[in-house]
Design a protein around this ligand. Structure first.
Ligand code: GN1
Ligand code: MG
Length: 579
């Protein structure tokens, strides 16, 4: 295969780069770099994968570092697929690169597109001539993933990258973490693979556990945690995680029981299971028996294991008690607050700046709970973890969570280090415990496995049962619905650029929301609260509607009314183009 040196390739080189590769006869519809990368039905993605491979390799060559490419469509249905690119930091692709990549992926003329891309990449700051660079590729368990990974690798190979490592089936957060580790100081010669991941997170959990007050002897048997793996890639990682914990902590304090592991012929990825289903539908996932498992501690990951929600069957049909991302943020903040208080530094002007970042989908009761915690800033940003992650980085300890369970806690290690001297003579074990707890979180992205460990650690430390955790606050009744609309209609909806709690366009649709909300409040009088917003999804061709109100009946009514308004708006738009 021809490979292109980064500087001034000839037209023949560029032509060769695309010979035998899509786009084929029918050009696919333009693909946006959405909330989490490119995502669509897998049948139209081959050319995008090939070009993302080219792009990833160029970024790797330019920075002379390791870049990642994860082939996954996360919580989407099995026939969909997608790709998320991982920057050398281990984080998501830098935002300024998104339009550059999008233009290249959608260029009608592939050769011209690549020429423009080369110019733009060369203009970026970085190593002048590049040289080495590595692309690490991972995939979820979708049937289409293997074929698409091949297209990514073919694309990467054309760009003269020094090496391409195919990790096979890994979770999205594993790939992020491995990329970060590859670029860390002293990584040369280290084996690239997932063992580094299990050692790091299993080790962090074990360290924290060993710093807890000793359990009465003999230690009580660990209570089982039932894990719904959404029939996705996370299922493959529960056993190695368990083995690692048993090898480090004897006996392992966690007993993990795996369900929806994708091994049965009827198992379908994300179908009636997984974090998205459980959180949005508020229903028990398939395979969880309400009567048999009542009161048990359970959790659900999504298809690529970067989200986690906890729940407990309520005993009746498929009713459940949910601890979603909002409650995980509340739990972690409570634990961090307690740990800070133990070292007694918070109110002495030396405290760490602790912040929590949420989106407009956070339940109002969670925001109120976090707001009343002392010394914690609460912020609301746009949907999509890239926005939350960036905002959380501004704090010394930045907790971020989407209600759907995607989140983590970011820590400025150097600030923690500065504290080491301040705590001298105080409770040093408490300080070490704080450091160890914060060490459990994945610093690159939200991570179902790491969050599972952190949740179990926090519950143990706070001596809380699942029921105690669920009772930290009571959610306001809320409804999340979606209305299918074509992309060109969705493109007319412009959410507020900072918080998405309103639409700046079309103003008539926003006015309908305002009127419906005010009239519900007016009907109930003082003390009644209600909130609603509309937003186009960045991962599916749907318009999302979120509603919350003091009463369930009010939330239902508001939701029905606004759903009808959205459908009406879609119909009007369709009519206007037919004229
Ligand atoms: C309301 C909601 O849950 N939206 C999800 C969903 O984005 P949308 O743009 O809303 O489709 O998928 C994103 C990627 O997984 C996730 O970050 C986000 O929170
Ligand atoms: Mg996901």
């Amino acid at each position: 295969m021809t490979s292109i040196a980064m500087h001034h390739p000839s037209d023949a080189d560029l032509q060769a780069a695309f010979s035998g590769h899509p786009p084929s006869s029918s050009p696919p519809p333009p693909l946006p770099y959405g909330t989490a990368g490119f995502r669509a039905n897998s049948a139209v993605l081959l050319h995008a994968m090939h070009r993302c491979g080219i792009f990833a390799a160029l970024r790797a060559v330019k920075t002379n570092q390791t870049v990642g490419a994860m082939v996954t469509a996360s919580h989407n249905v099995e026939p969909d697929n997608g790709i998320k690119l991982v920057d050398p930091t281990g984080g998501m692709l830098e935002q300024s690169m998104e339009p550059i990549l999008t233009e290249f992926v959608n260029a009608d003329d592939a050769v011209q597109g690549l020429r423009r891309l080369l110019e733009k990449i060369e203009a970026q700051p970085g190593v002048a001539n590049g040289g080495g660079g590595r692309v690490v590729v991972g995939q979820d368990t979708r049937q289409s993933s293997e074929r698409l990974v091949k297209a990514v690798k073919d694309g990467a190979q054309l760009m003269g990258v020094e090496s391409i490592v195919d990790l096979g089936e890994v979770t999205t957060p594993q790939l992020h973490f491995i990329v970060q580790q590859c670029n860390a100081a002293g990584a040369e010669g280290r084996r690239i693979g997932e063992s580094v991941y299990f050692e790091h997170f299993g080790g962090a959990f074990a360290r924290f556990w060993s710093l807890l007050p000793p359990s009465p002897s003999p230690a009580p048997a660990p209570s089982s945690l039932y894990v719904d793996a959404a029939n996705g890639v996370g299922a493959l990682k529960i056993a190695p995680l368990g083995e690692h914990l048993s090898a480090t902590l004897s006996p392992s304090p966690l007993s993990l029981s795996l369900l929806n592991d994708g091994t049965q012929p009827t198992d379908q990825l994300n179908e009636e299971c997984g974090a998205e289903y459980v959180q949005k539908m508020q229903r028990l996932p398939r395979g969880f028996d309400a009567a048999e498992m009542v009161g048990k501690r359970c959790c659900s990951m999504d298809g690529d294991a970067d989200r986690l929600v906890y729940f407990s069957p309520g005993g009746e049909s498929d009713h459940l008690i949910l601890c979603d991302g909002d409650k995980m943020a509340a739990l972690y903040c409570t634990a961090i607050q307690r740990m800070l208080a133990e070292i007694d530094l918070q109110d002495k002007g030396k405290g760490l700046r602790v912040g929590v970042v949420q989106t407009a989908y956070a339940n109002g009761a969670s925001t109120a709970f976090l707001d009343q915690l002392p010394h914690v800033d609460v912020r609301c940003v746009k949907t999509g973890v890239k926005h939350l992650h960036r905002a959380a980085e501004e704090y010394d300890v930045g907790v971020y969570f989407e209600a759907n369970g995607h989140g983590t806690v970011l820590v400025k290690r150097e600030r923690l280090g500065e504290w080491a001297s301040v705590v001298e003579g105080r409770d040093e074990r408490a300080y070490e415990r704080l450091v160890a707890f914060l060490g459990i979180f994945n610093q690159t992205t939200g991570d179902a496995l790491a969050d599972l460990l952190a949740t179990e650690a926090a519950l143990k430390y706070l001596n809380m049962s699942f029921a105690d955790w669920a009772a930290l606050y009571t959610e306001l009744p809320c409804r999340q619905t979606k209305v299918a609309l074509p992309r060109w209609v969705l493109n007319r909806l412009q959410p507020h650029p900072e918080h998405e709690k309103t639409l700046t366009q079309p103003t008539e649709l926003q006015a309908s929301v305002d009127t419906a909300v005010s009239s519900l409040i007016a009907q109930h009088g003082d003390g009644y609260s209600a909130r609603a917003f509309i937003r186009p999804s960045g991962t599916e061709d749907v318009c999302r509607l979120y509603v919350e109100a003091t009463t369930a009946e009010g939330a239902d009514r508001l939701s029905d009314e606004l759903k009808a308004k959205i459908s009406q708006f879609g119909a009007q738009m369709a009519k206007s183009v037919m004229k």
